[in-house]
Design a protein around this ligand. Structure first.
Ligand code: GTP
Ligand code: SPV
Ligand code: MN
Length: 605
């Protein structure tokens, strides 16, 4: 059977065979091999507009951009439909859903049979990371969604140049994606084809494969992002001795021009994009962006950890983004962007909650209904997102695509915690830092389907993204610390921008004022910075944090830096339960760290 084909089919034998077999099984009407060109991107936008998926935005207000609304049943990652299909269940561990590879292949094989009828099958060769970088990795996504192709163009490096680097190698991640909505002859398409009640986001780490069905949204469908760059890559990183993390990367420059690079792991919708491009309120300091969601880190010849941003764009949370909170994100998305599940203004621009102080008089909301202030509904979905090229960011660091990466001086772990966790706390050692990463907890957000605001343990912000047993992941982090001399390891910090007062408001102004914490961390990396050892870690003295000009309530700083001994002791009880899940896979070193913490807390009572 020969399917009409456009673009240049790859000569790579493994790829050619896989594409042919997939086409035979999925039965698309056409095949298109993506070249990653601007013309191809424009064609995807045109197809989406023609299909009713997208509306072009006003060329003056938002040049080269479109507005897309998904099916209301397909708006976020689906953790309960996400599976790690390692050969043995023990390898997936207690935090992942598991099915045997054979069983899952059978399920997916049935779903995929004929699933692309009436559609085009796109073949997207992509690089995660600068093409040819020793830290980068190659994948190929097969999809039947033009929306996915357009998003992958922005989020990764797509096209012929990737195939050139791949050559005849079979070292690439194979990702198959279908929206799961075949078309009968003459059947009109829906604006957002999907199979909302039958989603599967599956991973086969042993063979570096991804199979996704039924969803067209975000991390479920853009397979380079969470599926490849985190779930599959975390397994590769374990096997090969590096790190694939849910982390932003920023460049921090002090008034004298000295630079430190910092990464930060915060759970979904907990502030990575905002921190990565913040505008410091401390005079003379500068933050520039390397990445806002994922970091891949390998050892450099000097024994330090070097990070690249495997992505080429930002898939950022829209609600809450304003010229006050994150001007650089808004300026990045001024053009050539895809806006999904925002609201549409009558003059052809987008709007979302808190974008402007004054709400527009009327809008078309994300489920295609007229909207006006006070109507009692939100105009945009809480997980509405913009897809925008990183190179358009006004503060993108010049070296953001350096193939050798940037050397990391400090790593931040953090989450949304209304109490207990102070503004910032420095780990005593790498091992203590791994302990802090392993006990991170945070309130759930709209980035994943399910309840919002529920406190859960989210170790290293990787709970939904670790492709293997979380206990083995902790052990991998501990081992990484033994690979170089201690002074070359990044220092580790636990931060919390979300502590609340008894009245319920945030105690810390956050956003640009987070630069005050970054400044202290920078000073610590330089061997300075006023600090005091406490039971939980090393904290700034009250004078350690630069508060000049800070708009904080009286007593707020003391509360933000207070060690809540009873709160932490109660926390230890919860950590017992959390740790019990990992049973014999929990590294002894972490058990000892917990015992040490308890002892120090008791002693400080
Ligand atoms: P993912 O893309 O889902 O991985 O999320 P992210 O970590 O990049 O989250 P993002 O920076 O988009 O932040 C999401 C939400 O957190 C937005 O509603 C922000 O307004 C809010 N936020 C970010 N930084 C701060 C802060 O310093 N303080 C407070 N109070 N809120 C913040
Ligand atoms: C997240 O949920 O952490 C995201 C968005 O960055 S998604 O790509 O949909 O996973
Ligand atoms: Mn993320």
């Amino acid at each position: 059977m020969s399917v009409p084909t456009t673009g240049s089919p790859a000569s790579n034998p493994t790829l050619a065979t896989w594409v042919e077999a997939t086409a035979n099984h999925c039965q698309p009407d056409r095949i298109h091999w993506c070249d990653g060109s601007p013309g191809e991107y424009q064609e995807m936008l045109r197809l989406m507009v023609q299909a009713g998926t997208a509306i072009p935005l006003d060329e003056e207000k938002r040049p080269g951009s479109i507005f897309v609304r998904s099916d209301p049943g397909d708006v976020a990652r689906v953790e309960d439909r996400t599976f790690i299909c390692s050969a043995s269940q023990a390898d997936a561990g207690p935090t992942n859903n598991w099915k045997s590879p054979d069983e899952m292949r059978a399920i997916m094989g049935q779903l995929y049979a004929g699933c692309m009828k009436g559609r085009t099958m796109y073949v997207i060769p992509y690089s995660m990371g600068p093409v040819g970088s020793p830290i980068a990795g190659i994948g190929v996504e097969i999809t039947d969604s033009a929306y996915v192709v357009a998003n992958m163009h922005t989020m990764t490096r797509v096209g012929t140049k990737v195939l050139d680097v791949l050559g005849d190698s079979d070292h690439f991640v194979r990702g198959l994606h279908s929206v799961g909505a075949p078309l009968k002859d003459g059947q009109p398409d829906s604006p957002w084809p999907c199979d909302p009640t039958n989603k599967y986001i599956t991973h086969f780490p042993d063979t570096r494969e991804i199979q996704s069905y039924g969803s067209g949204y975000g991390g479920n469908a853009l397979l380079g992002k969470k599926c490849h760059a985190l779930r599959i890559a975390s397994v590769q990183a374990r096997d090969e001795g590096w790190l694939a993390e849910h982390m932003l990367i920023l460049k921090l420059t002090n008034p004298e021009g000295k630079v430190h690079y910092v990464t930060g792991a915060f759970p979904s919708a907990c502030g990575k994009t905002n921190l990565a491009m913040l505008i410091p309120t401390v005079p003379g300091w500068k933050v520039e962006t390397i990445g806002d969601d994922i970091a891949w880190m390998k050892w450099g010849p000097d024994g330090r950890l070097y990070a690249i941003n495997p992505e080429a764009g930002f898939f950022g949370v829209a609600p809450g983004t304003s010229m006050q909170s994150n001007p650089n994100a808004l300026l990045t998305a001024r053009a050539n962007s895809i806006f999904t599940n925002c609201a549409l203004t009558p003059d052809g621009d987008v709007w979302w909650e808190q974008m402007t102080e004054k709400e527009p008089a009327s809008l078309m909301d994300w489920i295609r209904r007229p909207w006006h202030p006070g109507c009692g509904r939100k105009a945009s979905h809480p997980n509405a997102r913009f897809t925008t090229p990183a190179r358009q960011c006004p503060v993108i660091a010049p070296e953001w695509e350096d193939p050798k990466g940037v050397p990391i001086s400090a790593m931040l772990f953090g989450g949304r915690r209304a109490g207990v966790v102070p503004l910032v706390c420095e780990a005593f050692t790498w091992q203590h830092g791994v302990f802090l990463g392993s006990i991170m907890s945070s309130e759930t957000t709209a980035a994943a389907a399910g309840k919002v605001g529920e406190l859960r343990f989210d170790p290293f912000a990787m709970l939904p993204f670790c492709g293997y047993h979380m206990g083995d992941y902790f052990a991998h982090w501990l081992r990484m610390g033994g690979r170089t001399s201690p002074e070359k390891l990044p220092r580790i910090y636990y931060v919390n921008w979300f502590r609340r007062s008894p009245e319920g408001g945030f105690l810390w102004p956050g956003y640009g004022d987070n630069s005050r914490v970054l400044k202290w961390i920078f000073e610590r990396c330089e061997g300075r910075g006023e600090a005091v050892q406490t039971a939980i870690g090393t904290l700034p003295t009250p004078a350690g944090i630069d508060t000049a000009g800070l708009d904080a309530a009286p007593g707020a700083m003391e509360e933000l830096l207070r060690v809540d001994v009873d709160g932490w002791l109660a926390n230890c009880e919860q950590i017992d339960t959390h740790y019990a899940r990992f049973a014999e896979k929990l590294p002894q070193a972490l058990r000892e760290e917990l015992a040490g913490l308890r002892q120090r807390l008791q002693a400080s009572r």
